[in-house]
Design a protein around this ligand. Structure first.
Ligand SMILES: C[S@@+](CC[C@H](N)C(=O)[O-])C[C@H]1O[C@@H](n2cnc3c(N)ncnc32)[C@H](O)[C@@H]1O
Length: 208
């Protein structure tokens, strides 16, 4: 039976093995529970929209063809912040949801002097509520004023002063697409090659 989670089938067209150089970036199919690739450590800014609950992680595992489901959200949360600590970005942006917002805010406050949270939406639908956390020690604070996540990512890639932006759970690669659009360096990892191949296609075609 044909899978519903082919994401356009671009993974058949693009070689997704090893470190893939594309546009201004480097990406890799990779599980964040494995050792962080060195190229990720060159980033000085992070934007990530990580899975927000155990159920959400496991739905991504299903889409990636994995059956070794997580029994708890905590290990993912802890591993995520180990990666943040390894990268140690000047600016950390995290898209969060009702289910993970409080814990992520607390973890950001432990690490950074300033932490701000802005309301946002996803898929340009006002019913789809999410928030964007910005954590920094010394960088200007951005107020997103309710704009959609996609527009927020574009704004960050266009306006924020960074040398390289990382997204450890890159998905179909909005961060990579917009960083490339504005000539900024990006790095990313993503569990599912089918999702990451969408970014390669988007950069090659120049269209979202
Ligand atoms: C909410 S999506 C991110 C969407 C992304 N912002 C985009 O532009 O498409 C979360 C992503 O985390 C990925 N993910 C889940 N578990 C992961 C893991 N252990 N390691 C790496 N990526 C993971 C999922 O496959 C999914 O693509």
């Amino acid at each position: 039976m044909k899978s519903n989670w082919e994401y356009g089938g671009y993974y058949r067209k693009h070689d997704m093995s090893g470190e893939v150089e594309i546009g201004t970036g480097i990406v890799k199919v990779h599980d964040i529970f494995d050792q962080l690739p060195d190229f990720m450590k060159h980033a000085d800014c992070v934007f990530c929209d990580p899975p927000c609950s155990k159920q959400n992680i496991n739905s991504f595992y299903t889409k990636a063809g994995r059956t070794d489901y997580q029994e708890d959200y905590r290990p993912f949360f802890e591993r995520f912040f180990q990666i943040v600590d390894e990268i140690s970005p000047k600016n950390l942006f995290i898209e969060v949801f009702k289910s993970n917002k409080d814990n992520f805010m607390a973890a950001c406050k432990e690490r950074y002097v300033q932490m701000e949270i802005s309301e946002s939406t996803y898929y340009h639908n006002k019913e789809n509520r999410c928030w964007i956390i910005q954590a920094t020690n010394d960088q200007p604070i951005i107020r997103f004023n309710g704009i959609d996540e996609q527009d927020a990512i574009e704004l960050i890639c266009k306006e924020v002063d960074f040398g390289c932006i990382a997204d450890p759970c890159m998905g179909k690669g909005l961060v990579g697409y917009y960083a490339n659009k504005y000539g900024k360096r990006f790095v990313g990892t993503e569990l599912n090659p089918k999702r990451l191949a969408v970014l390669i296609e988007r950069i090659n075609s120049g269209k979202l």
